[in-house]
Design a protein around this ligand. Sequence first.
Ligand code: 5GP
Length: 156
Amino acid sequence: MRDNKKLWKVEARARNAAMADTVFGRIIRGEFPCHKVYEDDKVLAFLDINPLSDGHTLVIPKEAAETMDQLSDESAAALGRVLPRLCRAVIAATGARQYNLLQNNGRGAHQAVAHLHFHIIPKPNHREGLGIGWPARILDRDAAAALAKKIAAAIK
Ligand code: 5GP
């Protein structure tokens, strides 16, 4: 148990060091510029450098977490508290009534920057904003029941 804790600490330290080197880590530290729209002690929001539409905004925790599953409850709460306000502000400023809230985890899931971030992407029309492939399947009832139980049991 003690070894596990030690390992977790070593991993967390390594992660923090790697995080510090991402472009978002540098933006947080003020080493890279950004068009800031919001900041508090746990959260920073700024315009995406390659927007899919006007108002495309990135919202990031200051904590060095790469993906959602690595984020602390404190930072998650801070993000959750401010996201609706930021969405309302983006809508008000751009006039776009529809938008996507996107959050990618892992390279294979289209995450390019290894520092957790939410995208707020206005969808003013069918040409601009986020386009999504959605390869939906039919849910198998028996498999779904087993899987739902398995996920529920894994919640800590
Ligand atoms: P991801 O694919 O990781 O979910 O999205 C990363 C986003 O970060 C992209 O939309 C990309 O345009 C944006 N981005 C990458 N580097 C910078 C930067 O230096 N400044 C800003 N403002 N956005 C960036």
